[in-house]
Write a protein that binds this ligand. Structure first.
Ligand SMILES: *Cc1c(COP(=O)(O)O)cnc(C)c1O
Length: 377
């Protein structure tokens, strides 16, 4: 079955007792057993819950993995993978990783003797220089946040495997509709389902999808042992979100391309960063690796940080807010908002950079809104 069909059907058969076509919210912590230790597959909801289970099946299908783990946030998914490391291990992360990912490795795992290197993963040489004999995980994000740099998953996976390490891809920005990291050789995919997978800015959630069953079993053990699981209501919201993922991503990608072209042609704008523009340094790789270029656009208006701040305060449809990936458009200044934690590090982003999460409103309204907010030159 094709992607759009699996998004609606994988793991989501009608509920057997009532025929409900939507997976119910199984709000229960425990399950009656017919004899001690004899049950229908569920014993306690930290271990498994039918609503969460349905979402896990659907996500595994969409990413083409052996199985998946549904967590209470994207960071819970990241930290669950962190539990699989031990003191003395080394991790490579991108030098413009999601701020929270950087903070987790730099300020949490580092205290437990797990070393990390932030490297430029857009080139093979960047990864090769960062690898050490004790490297266990290479962690990449593509496109990155907020600079939208693209790394070559197939190339990174080959180098990572030669070094005896595992490749983790944070697929939050692209989603499995636009990009399939496991098919390109990655071992694990991580998601913040808070973003495009949920898609309506009404839930915080995360997931890990594993290519290999044995790796999945190890993570399932850690899931049950550490407990970062999503509740059934949150799992339900993400399940509802993924049903429309394909149509939403098509519209996000179309609107973002139109916004990027508008900004690129505007004399009030210094620079536009969007993988779908031929001016993007990794445009060809993005076109090869992705089915579309996604809904995120970053740009630098002329006039410095003050102008950037003023644009962000003067849009009406683009809400000034953190997060991304919902149906509504958002605007933010990463250096003052989402990326405060990386100021003074290698991951610092320009103070005049504006990040847009382009929603699925009508494109004409979005462009008028930006046009107005850019004001006089
Ligand atoms: C938001 C985000 C995360 C963290 O996810 P939460 O759901 O906020 O915990 C991780 N990676 C990327 C790329 C993100 O955008």
């Amino acid at each position: 079955m094709e992607f759009e069909t699996r998004a609606i059907h994988a793991g989501q058969d009608p509920e057997p007792t009532t025929g409900a076509v939507t997976v119910p919210i199984f709000a229960t912590s425990t399950y009656a057993q017919s004899a001690p230790g004899k049950h229908a597959g569920y014993e306690y909801s930290r271990t498994d819950n039918p609503t969460r289970h349905a979402l896990a099946e659907a996500l595994a299908s969409l990413e083409g993995g052996a199985g998946s783990i549904v967590t209470s946030s994207g960071m819970a998914a990241t930290s669950l993978i962190g539990w699989s490391l031990k003191p003395g291990d080394h991790v490579v992360i991108p030098d413009d990783a999601y701020g929270g990912t950087y903070r987790f490795f730099a300020r949490v795992l580092a205290r437990h003797g797990i070393e990390f290197t932030a490297a430029d993963l857009t080139t093979a040489a960047g990864l090769q220089a960062a690898l050490r004999p004790n490297t266990e995980i290479v962690w990449t994000e593509t496109p990155t946040n907020p600079l939208l740099r693209i790394s070559d998953i197939a190339v990174l996976s080959e180098i990572t495997h030669e070094a005896g390490a595992a490749l983790v891809v944070d697929n939050t920005f692209a989603t499995p509709y636009l990009q399939q990291p496991l098919a390109l050789g990655a071992d694990l995919v991580v998601h913040s389902t808070t973003k495009y997978m949920g898609g309506h800015s009404d839930v915080v959630g995360g997931a890990i999808v594993a290519a290999d069953l044995e790796v999945l079993e190890g993570l399932k053990f850690l899931e049950n042992a550490t407990g970062p699981v999503a509740g059934p209501f949150d799992a339900f919201l993400v399940l509802r979100g993924i049903k429309t993922l394909g149509v939403r991503m098509d519209r996000h990608s179309f609107n973002a391309l139109m916004v990027a072209r508008f900004l690129a042609a505007d004399p009030r704008v210094e620079r536009v960063i969007y993988p779908g523009l031929p001016s993007h340094p990794h445009h060809e790789l993005a076109a090869r690796q992705m089915k579309g270029f996604g809904g995120m656009v970053s740009f630098i208006p002329k006039g410095g940080p003050e102008k950037a701040a003023s644009v962000s305060m003067n849009t009406e449809l683009f809400f000034l807010a953190e997060s991304l990936g919902g149906v509504e458009s958002l605007i933010e200044i990463p250096s003052a908002m989402t990326h405060m934690s990386v100021i003074g590090t290698a991951l610092e982003v320009p103070a005049d950079l504006v990040r847009l999460s382009v929603g699925i409103e009508h494109i004409d309204d979005l462009i008028s809104d930006l046009d107005r907010a850019l004001g006089s030159p």
